[in-house]
Design a protein around this ligand. Structure first.
Ligand code: CP
Length: 328
C-alpha cells in the first residue's frame, strides 16, 4: 500500500529514518509550545481538521483534537456511531460529504486494515491514519520513538522488548518498523498462539517477513534481559474468548511485566504501554505507576508528535499540497 508521504501519513513504511527524525525534531518544538501557559499559535489558523473515528479512543482522538487546536486549526470530531453512517451512508459518500466542506485533513481510525488508504484515494484532504485494524498506528510509533529518544538519546543499538499481542496489534507492527528504521534492536515475546504461524520462538526473522533481524524470544524473561525499553501491549479480552489464551491469570504469570522482570532489564530501562492498560494482566500496577514508567509521558508526547504531523501535512495550502499551486 503506497501513498504520497507529503500528503498523507498512513504508515511509517512510507518514511525513511531522516524523515522520521525530521518529524521528531519538529515535535521537540511543539512540546515547548504545548507546555506554555498560553499555548496557542496561529500556525494552522483557517485550516479545518476532522477526526473521523469508527472505533473508541481516548488518547489518540483527544490528542489530535488538542494538537489541532493549539496550532489554531478548527477541529471537528465525527464519531461514526452518531453520524449518518449509522443510517446506512457509505464510507465513500461520507468522505465525499466531508470533502465538500473544504476540509484540510481527515484523521481516521477504522477497524478495517487499509480503510485510510481507501479514503486517501478519494479525497484531496490529507489523511492521517489514527489506527486501522491490525495494520498500523503510525502516530503511536512516532510518540513512542519521541519518548524513548528524550530519555535515552540516539535509538541506534538500543534493545527494545515488545511483549504481548504481536499477531493482532497494530502498535506492535508499527513499533517494530519504527524502532528498526531508527537502528534499534527489537525483540518480541508472546504466547505461541499470538505469534504469526511462521514465526518460531528462538529465531531471528529476516527480510522475507517484512522485518529485518527481528528476534523472537523463547520467553518473556529472555526478551526483557538487558532491554533498554520494555513495552507491554494490551491483551484484548476477545483473544481469550477466541482460545488464544488459557486464562488472563496465566497470561499475567507467564507474560505479564512486573517488578521481577523489570529488574532483569538494563539499569534505568523504560517501561512503556500504549494504553489503555489492563493493570494486573499485562502489566502490574506497581511498575505501571513506578519510577521506570513513562506511560503518562507517552500521552504528553502524543500531543507534540501529532502537532508536528498536522503541521507537516496542513501548513501548505490545499492546492500546493495537491501539486497545483504555490505555497502559502
Ligand atoms: N494508544 C491508543 O491508541 O489509545 P486510544 O485507543 O485511547 O486512542
Amino acid at each position: 500500500m503506497m501513498a504520497d508521504p507529503r500528503r498523507h501519513l498512513l504508515d511509517l513504511d512510507d518514511l525513511d529514518a531522516l524523515e522520521i527524525e525530521g518529524l521528531l525534531n519538529s515535535a521537540e518544538g511543539m512540546l515547548e509550545i504545548a507546555g506554555r501557559d498560553v499555548r496557542k499559535t496561529p500556525a494552522l489558523r483557517g485550516k479545518t481538521i476532522i477526526t473521523l473515528f469508527f472505533e473508541n479512543s481516548t488518547r489518540t482522538r483527544v490528542s489530535f483534537e488538542q494538537a489541532g487546536k493549539i496550532l489554531g486549526a478548527d477541529v471537528i470530531n465525527v464519531a461514526a456511531s452518531t453520524s449518518s453512517l449509522s443510517k446506512g451512508e457509505s464510507l465513500l459518500n461520507t468522505v465525499k460529504t466531508l470533502e465538500a466542506m473544504q476540509i484540510d485533513a481527515l484523521v481516521v481510525r477504522h477497524p478495517h486494515s487499509g480503510a485510510p488508504y481507501f479514503i486517501a484515494n478519494h479525497t484531496d484532504a490529507s489523511v492521517v491514519n489514527a489506527g486501522d485494524g491490525t495494520h498500523a498506528h503510525p502516530t503511536q510509533s512516532l510518540l513512542d520513538l519521541f519518548t524513548v529518544r528524550k530519555h535515552l538519546g540516539d535509538l541506534a543499538g538500543k534493545r527494545i522488548a515488545i511483549v504481548g499481542d504481536i499477531l493482532y496489534s497494530r502498535v506492535a507492527r508499527s513499533d517494530i518498523i519504527a524502532f528498526q528504521k531508527m537502528g534499534a534492536e527489537v525483540v518480541v515475546s508472546c504466547p505461541n498462539t499470538l505469534l504469526p504461524d511462521e514465526w518460531q520462538p528462538g529465531s531471528i526473522l529476516g527480510q522475507q517477513t517484512g522485518f529485518e533481524n527481528l528476534e523472537i524470544a523463547r520467553n518473556v524473561d529472555e526478551a526483557v534481559e538487558g532491554a533498554d525499553v520494555v513495552m507491554a501491549l494490551r491483551i484484548q479480552q476477545e483473544r481469550q474468548e477466541a482460545g488464544h489464551l488459557p486464562s488472563l491469570r496465566e497470561y499475567s504469570d507467564r507474560w505479564g511485566i512486573n517488578s521481577r522482570r523489570m529488574a532483569m532489564a538494563h539499569d534505568g530501562a523504560l517501561l512503556m504501554h500504549p494504553g489503555p492498560m489492563n493493570e494486573g494482566v499485562e502489566i502490574a500496577s506497581d511498575v505501571a505507576h513506578g519510577v521506570q514508567s513513562v506511560i503518562e509521558e507517552q500521552v504528553r508526547s502524543g500531543v507534540a508528535v501529532r502537532m508536528a504531523v498536522l503541521y507537516a501535512l496542513c501548513a501548505r495550502s490545499r492546492s500546493a499540497r495537491n501539486g497545483a499551486g504555490t505555497e502559502n
